[in-house]
Ligand binder design. Structure first.
Ligand code: SAH
Length: 265
């Protein structure tokens, strides 16, 4: 379970925080570290000194240009945020997130990403809108922002506690699999982040072509649709059906346009 968890740090500006996050991860048995467009040197004396022995994780960290690349293969992506945003998103605590992990990871090839933001500005709305869930560490509301590596520590700790509880339970009574909403008997694997992004891209194009979405005045339409689909956790078959519907709409729209053009001539 812990090997399939990825910690993603976006735009980190202090090498010490990369080292600190690596140490927090290794302490809790996590090893998959991804860095998106770091704004500092990754392997240097400062990161090594804060990693204090977990330097291998820093050295093996995958560096990506975009969040999409870093989480393309993940079927669950959660974004950690210290602040609430304009458009409320499904919000959970680190503990509640840990409690869902065993079921998430039981699925074939499931990968889960936990995304952390920049020290100065956190995660952008656009980045947060790519996440299925937001995780908020319940802190003092008047002073809610943790140091980046400390936030990684809290999440990694809760994941380890959940894993330990799972190990213990596995040694005792067998689980009632049929109570699990996406248990091993689910008939199709959950959609990956990349599948979902392709759906959103297609949906946006179609909605523009049928004049439902005005690109000059998009308001929050795509953000609300993202929230809807991400909340539902579609599987790959459902994504294929939705894309099929969009292609049929595209075809009808092209035919209607062609008919209108020929009438005009
Ligand atoms: N100043 C930034 C916070 C940066 S802290 C802001 O106002 O958004 C760096 C990162 O640590 C955040 O982007 C978030 O991923 C994580 N973090 C810090 N405090 C957190 C909290 N209370 N709950 C969840 N994540 C938190």
């Amino acid at each position: 379970m812990l090997e399939r968890l990825r910690i993603v740090l976006i735009g980190t500006s202090h090498p010490g925080n990369i080292g600190g996050a690596a140490r927090a991860m290794l302490n809790m048995g996590l090893a998959d570290l991804a860095l998106v467009a770091p704004r500092c040197q990754v392997q240097c004396q400062e990161s090594a000194s804060r990693a204090s022995g977990a330097d291998t994780l820093v050295a093996s960290a995958q560096v990506h240009e975009s969040l999409e690349d870093a989480v393309a293969d993940c079927s669950l992506v959660v974004g950690c945020s210290a602040r609430s945003r304009n458009l409320p998103w499904p919000m959970i605590t680190p503990r509640a997130f840990g409690a869902t992990l065993a079921d998430e990871i039981r699925l074939p090839d499931a990968r889960v990403a936990i995304v952390f933001g920049r020290e100065d500005s956190g995660l952008s709305n656009e980045e947060l809108q790519r996440c299925h869930r937001h995780v908020h560490i319940p802190t003092n509301p008047d002073f809610s922002s943790l140091n980046l590596a400390a936030a990684v520590q809290v999440l990694a700790y809760e994941c380890r506690q959940a894993w330990l509880a799972e190990q213990e339970a596995a040694g005792e009574t067998p689980r009632a699999e049929d109570d699990q909403p996406f248990g091993i008997d689910w008939d199709s694997p959950l959609a990956s982040h990349a599948d979902l992004e392709r759906l959103f891209e297609h949906l946006e194009k179609t909605l523009i072509s049928i004049d439902f979405l005005d690109p000059e005045q998009p308001r929050q339409l795509m953000a609300r649709l993202r929230r809807l689909y991400l909340r539902a956790r579609p599987d790959s078959m459902e994504i294929n059906i939705l894309r099929g519907i969009l292609s049929a709409v595209d075809k009808q729209a092209r035919q209607a346009q062609a008919a209108a053009d020929s009438r005009a001539h």
